[in-house]
Design a protein around this ligand. Structure first.
Ligand code: XLS
Ligand code: NI
Ligand code: NI
Length: 451
């Protein structure tokens, strides 16, 4: 491999520490640093997203592409373009030095003239990817099928009014699931980009729900049939491109899975800015998933506080990520999941090197949040405060209530007799906020003390 698309970045990004003035170095991220007994790299399991970084041109609804991606719309054989794209992608992954990448079938493979041609293209490029993976040591965090870009999916994939579209989507997922297995992928993601509606006037909600459940059963069955050992993940998002997306947030997806006998087959791939669009904090989504054993993986990005759409910016706020990271650590980590940069450059960021700046900044932000969260876990102050707040539930009254030993009449009798007489206790929200902030400051400056 001698593509050298990123020739201004001669080698691997260095681990230089916080004092470094080299923009092409990590300031906080250090793969080998041990945090709570585990290497930082193994906590974060960083992935680069093929679509934003290599398969997009920087176009938006008001203008054409601005980024320097010569393989997009290149004249000549489409497969040559796809191979140039893959060479650049793996050169980037290797230079960044992070362990994973993610892709949709369509990000790597040209459509071709038929389904059979598309599959042939995908299989050939998957062979190439396998070679790159072996040579660079970079692995697949997850694969996914793009069931939203082609006009046939305008009215949805599994939830389309036409069963032929359902069948086409099923065929596409079957292939991509098999390719993901062949590439040793750790997970397989389903994001229902157009599984929703634009207007209820033409929509049969009950049917579409049943179709979606059937589709998810078929995918899980096929996973077991082929012996794919990775996790299946559903990525919630409330809207965009649809007016309403059925998989709108973590709790909605969880309820849907339980109602349809799919619990245990799927976990969640949570995206920071999808939480924002759903009217939640990202902390909420991660905490809900952790509390219900649904934590799978994370799409790291952020929105813009003044713009209401999925701007997919690179994360740059430690404050926003400390508590999600805390929940993840307390849940025992992401397991086979990781942090995938589902984030894109701004349209004016046209230099090849901007792709490095974006990822380095995002990774250092995650690393700093990890250090603060680990400190918060390690010192256990917050956990002790919460524990104390609920202490009554571990006492005789709380335990009897939860064990179902006290009917309403008994509880009422005890209240009437004066035996039970609660007194308000401060929620101490500001104190909790101060504790979290103290750990963030400590992670930033280091306090020199141990434990
Ligand atoms: C779009 C989604 C998409 C999924 C993969 O908003 O985030 O990029 O992650 O299909
Ligand atoms: Ni998104
Ligand atoms: Ni995403």
């Amino acid at each position: 491999m001698s593509s050298q698309f990123f020739s201004e970045v001669p080698g691997r990004i260095s681990i230089a520490g916080p004092g470094s003035s080299d923009p092409l170095s990590f300031k906080v991220y250090d793969p080998d640093r041990i945090v709570l007994g585990k290497r930082m790299e193994d906590h974060l399991r960083i992935a680069v997203a093929y679509w934003h970084s290599f398969a997009s041109s920087g176009s938006d609804m008001f203008g054409s592409g601005t980024w320097d991606r010569p393989w997009i719309d290149a004249p000549g054989d489409e497969m040559d373009g796809a191979r140039a794209k893959m060479a650049a992608a793996f050169e980037f992954f290797a230079k960044l030095g992070t362990p994973f990448y993610c892709f949709h079938d369509r990000d790597v493979a040209p459509d071709g003239a038929s389904f059979v041609e598309f599959r042939r293209n995908l299989d050939a490029l998957a062979d190439d990817a396998l070679g790159y993976q072996e040579r660079t040591g970079v692995s697949l965090l997850w694969g996914t099928a793009n069931l939203f870009s082609h006009p046939r999916y305008a009215a949805g994939a599994a939830t389309n009014p036409d069963p032929a579209v359902f069948a086409y989507a099923a065929a596409q997922v079957k292939n991509m699931l098999e390719v993901t297995k062949r590439l040793g992928g750790s997970n397989y993601v389903l994001w229902g980009g157009r599984e929703g509606y634009d207007t209820l006037l033409n929509t049969d909600l009950r049917r579409e729900g049943a179709q979606l459940a059937r589709f998810l059963h078929l995918v899980a069955e096929h996973k077991h049939r082929i012996g794919f050992e990775g996790m299946l993940l559903i990525e919630p998002k409330p809207m965009e491109p649809t007016k309403h997306q059925y998989d709108s947030d973590a709790a909605v997806v969880h309820g849907f899975l339980v109602r349809n006998g799919l619990e245990g087959e799927y976990k969640l791939n949570l995206e920071a800015n999808h939480a924002t669009l759903a009217g939640h904090s990202f902390h909420h989504e991660v905490a809900y998933a952790a509390a219900n054993n649904m934590l799978g993986s994370v799409d790291a990005n952020r929105g813009d506080p003044q713009n209401g759409w999925d701007t997919d910016q690179f994360p740059n706020s430690v404050e926003d990520l400390v508590m999600p990271m805390y929940e993840i650590l307390r849940a025992g980590g992401l397991g086979t999941g990781g942090f995938n940069f589902d984030a894109k450059l701004r349209r004016q960021s046209i230099d090849r090197t901007d792709l490095f700046h974006a990822h380095i900044g995002g990774i250092d932000t995650l690393a700093t949040a990890l250090l603060a969260a680990a400190d918060l876990v390690g010192r256990a102050r917050l956990a002790a405060m919460v524990e104390e707040r609920y202490a009554g539930w571990s006492g005789p009254l709380g335990e009897s209530i939860l064990a179902g030993k006290l009917p309403l009449a008994d509880l009422s009798a005890r209240v009437e007799s004066g035996e039970i007489d609660p007194h308000p206790v401060s929620g101490r929200q500001e104190l909790y906020e101060n504790v979290v902030n103290q750990h963030i400051w400590t992670a930033r400056v280091g306090d020199g003390s141990e434990g």
